[in-house]
Design a protein around this ligand. Structure first.
Ligand code: SF4
Ligand code: SF4
Length: 73
C-alpha cells in the first residue's frame, strides 16, 4: 500500500484571513516556519511542516488560526 504519499498535502493549519490583522506574531513564534507574511496577512505557506504544537494559536491575538486535531498518528 502506498497511502503515505496521498497524505503529503494535508492542511494542518489555516489562517482565517478575515480575522488576521497582520501583526506577524505567528511568523515569529512558529518553530517550524510554517507562516510567511503575504500582502499584509499571514499565510500558512508550509502547512506540511506543522507539528501541531499550538503555539501560534495561543499567541494570535485575533484567534485567526485554525489547527486540525491530531488524529491519525
Ligand atoms: S498572529 Fe494572528 S493576527 Fe497576527 S499575523 Fe498571525 S494570524 Fe494574523
Ligand atoms: S501549531 Fe506550532 S508548528 Fe504548527 S503552525 Fe502553529 S506554531 Fe507552527
Amino acid at each position: 500500500m502506498s497511502s503515505e504519499k496521498s497524505r503529503t498535502t494535508i492542511e494542518r493549519v489555516k489562517i482565517n484571513e478575515a480575522w488576521c490583522k497582520g501583526c506577524g506574531i505567528c511568523v515569529e513564534y512558529c518553530p517550524k516556519k510554517v507562516f510567511e507574511m503575504r500582502e499584509g496577512k499571514s499565510a500558512a505557506v508550509r502547512p506540511e511542516n506543522c507539528a501541531l504544537c499550538g503555539l501560534c494559536q495561543l499567541r494570535c491575538p485575533d484567534f485567526a488560526i485554525e489547527l486540525e486535531e491530531k488524529d491519525n498518528d
